[in-house]
Ligand binder design. Structure first.
Ligand code: S3P
Length: 424
């Protein structure tokens, strides 16, 4: 994909549905009783992998133009798949689904693409084994394919070693199949869409400071879920409007759950002119319209508790920080190394090709702002967030930038380039 520099970004747009919420709506719909009707579902490759896995588990899922209907069969209604489940590129699918499969009365196997096969799974396998799960995989279960023999599970008391919503969610989903309560202690709050949605479907999850307590329920009931726009997708356009002169952009219907909206806090701290309008609650989730104007940004330090609340936005923060005055320091973000690519490495190396001054650290990056980057050829490493973040950096470069392997944006934001081209 060739990205030409653009002058300004003005207008109104909406972004596709939230990826995390879309996955969870399929999963919880499948194990609830009755029909779950989802609007705003993200038709990206990752969420379609979740649909494919649940169809292989015997769930009827109908996709019409703008709605998805999941014909739930109840907690014990899944059936043994006749082939290996393939999650494609989706870490959320493999980790959350492993939690569900651990408590079934059948065996199953699950795998994914080359990137998924390199991503650590022991973080979910270890706590699930403590609950009584029988899971085997490569290197003691750290890498997929995973083979899961369904078992009777017991609740656990578990302190998460990493702040990970995927790990927390795998345990919470397994807790729906467990005898007794499950208590999870989080080192830092991570996205809580699973907790919100389990309760929305009739479950019993309580939060007490950093403890999440899941009590068993007999059944979950299918619901109507309205998926808001994905703040992680909105982040690219927020960044574009901030760095391009004379911009004014309204992004409608974006999820602003406080465990996801660290990007708004950080961009405001950098001097960004961002307003939340029309704040409301939709299917249990906070939603708003976001109004952004171009701003003179300054470098800041980003670390600590906010990191899990913007973990997927660090690539676009790095791109944006290149155009800020002064230095931006990102710390406590070692998790970036085990995402779809090693995002500390991939973002640093590709922004450097564009002339950015970036130092990689063990748990983040140090970025020296500049007023201009240079258009050149860069590589996405098949990581959707790297491709889109480089596209944003390219908007204010001196000449066009070629992004190689850019089709990976289909993972989370299939119409990203066509939306961007509206502003050329
Ligand atoms: C996700 C959690 C995060 C995030 C990922 C989606 C989720 O991963 O990076 O894109 O939907 O639960 P971790 O839990 O590994 O931090």
């Amino acid at each position: 994909m060739i990205i030409k520099p653009i002058e300004t970004i003005k207008g109104t747009l909406s972004v596709p549905g939230d990826k995390s919420i879309s996955h969870r709506a399929i999963m919880l719909g499948a194990i609830s009783e009755g029909i779950t009707e989802i609007s705003g579902f993200l038709m990206g490759d990752d969420c379609l992998s979740t649909v494919d896995c649940f169809r292989k588990l015997g769930i009827k899922i109908e996709i019409s133009e703008n709605k998805v209907f999941v014909h739930g069969k109840g907690l014990m209604g899944l059936s043994a798949p006749s082939t290996i489940l393939d999650v494609g590129n989706s870490g959320t699918t493999i980790r959350l689904l492993t939690g569900i499969l651990a408590g079934q009365n059948f065996s199953s196997s699950i795998t994914g693409d080359a990137s998924i096969q390199k991503r650590p799974m022991l973080r979910v396998v270890n706590p699930l084994r403590k609950m009584g799960a029988e899971i085997e995989g490569i290197e003691g279960g750290n890498y997929c394919p995973l083979h899961i023999k369904g078992k009777n599970l017991n609740g656990i008391h578990y302190k998460l070693p990493v702040a990970s919503a995927q790990v927390k969610s795998a345990i919470l989903l397994a807790s729906l199949y467990s005898k007794g309560k499950t208590i999870i202690i989080e080192p830092k709050s991570s996205r809580d869409h699973t907790e919100i949605m389990i309760n929305y479907f009739g479950g019993n999850i309580l939060k007490n400071k950093n403890e999440i307590i899941s009590s068993p329920v007999k059944k979950l009931i299918g619901q109507q879920v309205e998926v808001p726009g994905d703040i992680s997708s909105a982040a690219y356009f927020i960044a574009a409007a901030l760095i391009l002169p004379n911009s004014e952009l309204l992004i409608q219907n974006v999820g602003i759950n406080p465990t996801r909206s660290g990007i708004i806090t950080v961009f405001k701290q950098m001097g960004g002119d961002i307003q939340l309008i029309n704040e409301r609650i939709q299917s249990g989730e906070a939603v708003a319209d976001i109004f952004v104007r171009s701003s003179k940004l300054k470098g800041i330090e980003i670390k600590g508790d906010i990191i899990p609340k913007l973990i997927d936005e660090i690539p676009v923060i790095a791109a944006t920080a290149c155009y800020a005055d002064g230095v931006t320091i990102i710390k406590d973000a070692a998790e970036l190394k085990v995402k779809e690519s090693n995002r500390i490495k991939t973002m640093s190396s590709e922004l450097r090709k564009m002339g950015a001054q970036i130092t990689e650290t063990d748990d983040g990056m140090i970025i020296q702002g500049t007023s201009q980057l240079m258009g050149t050829t860069v590589e996405s490493y098949n990581d959707h967030r790297v491709a889109m973040s480089l596209a944003i950096a390219a908007l204010r470069a001196n000449k066009e930038t070629k992004i190689q392997n850019s089709e990976c944006v289909n993972i989370s934001f299939p119409n990203f380039f066509s939306l961007l081209s509206m502003f050329e």
